[in-house]
Design a protein around this ligand. Structure first.
Ligand code: P6P
Length: 345
């Protein structure tokens, strides 16, 4: 029987510190948490519910969708469209902005999400997750405007990461966890499946400044830019090389799992620019992968850059924009960013 702080209690206490926050913020986070619980149920029952495998469709990214991608997207929409907290939503799985359906009240927040990140791991039973980011909707500060019925333009979402009100992820692993920040540190909650509540289990998560563990998809080595090859070569040279210490490597191919490991024990994660991605701008999406994860990492004392600049200061140009990502233990990210700056000099 846990006697810990529940997510709802934590949010209500947090909300007292968020300028201008009303019960709406609490209601919104609870709806997001409910979506994550429902997705967790689907993921954890995988083959038993017939939800594994391909959906036979492609998303806006041109990626083959898994059945759980489509189901998870629907769950996020249905759990969040009804309550009047949101002006609109944007998802990795949908090309256009999702307007709040006619007849539902609209609110002052914008929700962006990757409903099931790493879904290629679903069929092989490896951890996957959901990532979400919350912004205020410009001009929607009062009820009259909110209920005007005017569609929310895509431009309303194009705010730099420093404007996020909240960011978080759910990790569907050996246990289901919800990790979030509202700008006052990072806290982790574990789902108690017997009670159906997220309970505070990882208070004030912080990332060690140094690490000996790096995460990158090594198969892309020949496509990397020189600073990344230099960094990885030095890690592989270990104590015989300029770093003077041996490194370990991990690659789960599920960003949520990598970020959670880094929050738990340190490390650095890289999905850098490479020649085959240059036209697209990178692999990971800025608005609902890089920005929310950067907010969490920075709030835990880490750093998050494109290799050249702070991710959270980028001015987005489109909701599905991609960026290179280097994040994790601050001193290690500084080394990698330093190599990029040295090359650019
Ligand atoms: P690769 C999952 O598809 C994802 O967006 C991230 O979660 C993950 O870090 C990356 O792509 C994996 O990419 O090229 O190793 O399959």
């Amino acid at each position: 029987m846990h006697l810990g702080t529940t997510l709802t209690q934590f949010i209500i206490e947090e909300q007292r510190h968020i300028a201008g926050a009303t019960g709406e913020f609490t209601g919104l986070l609870n709806d997001v948490a409910t979506a994550c619980k429902m997705i967790s149920n689907g993921v954890n029952h995988g083959g038993l519910l017939g939800v594994l495998g391909a959906a036979g469709t492609e998303n806006v990214q041109g990626e083959d969708q898994k059945k759980m991608d489509v189901i998870s997207n629907e769950i996020f929409l249905k759990r969040n469209e009804w309550a009047g907290h949101l002006a609109a939503m944007a998802s990795e799985e949908m090309d256009e902005v999702y307007q709040i359906p006619e007849g539902n009240p609209r609110g002052k927040y914008l929700l962006m999400f990757d409903p099931l990140d790493g879904s290629s791991n679903i069929d092989v039973n490896v951890s996957v997750g959901s990532i979400f980011s919350i912004l205020r909707c410009p001009g929607n500060e009062n009820a009259e405007v909110e209920q005007s019925g005017r569609p929310t333009p895509m431009e309303a979402f194009l705010q730099p990461g420093v404007k996020q009100v909240c960011a978080g992820y759910a990790l569907y692993g050996p246990s289901t966890m919800l990790v979030l920040t509202t700008g006052r540190g990072v806290n982790g909650f574990t789902l108690d499946p017997n009670v159906g509540e997220f309970v505070l289990t990882h208070e004030n998560m912080t990332i060690p400044k140094d690490t000996k563990e790096f995460a990158i998809n090594m198969s892309n080595y020949r496509f990397w830019e020189q600073p990344v090859r230099r960094y990885v070569d030095e890690c592989l040279a270990g104590e015989t090389g300029p770093r003077g210490k041996d490194f370990n490597m991990r690659w789960v191919a599920s960003m949520v799992a990598e970020v959670h490991r880094i929050l738990t024990r340190g490390g650095v994660f890289m999905y850098p620019m490479d020649e085959k991605l240059r036209e697209k701008g990178g692999k990971l999406r800025l608005m609902y992968e890089a920005n929310p994860m950067a907010f969490i990492i920075e709030q835990a004392g880490g750093a998050a850059t494109t290799g050249h600049e702070r991710i959270m200061e980028l001015q987005p140009q489109a909701i599905h924009q991609r960026v290179p990502v280097v994040l994790g233990s601050k001193n290690e990210v500084d080394v990698i960013t330093g190599y990029h700056h040295a090359q650019a000099a």
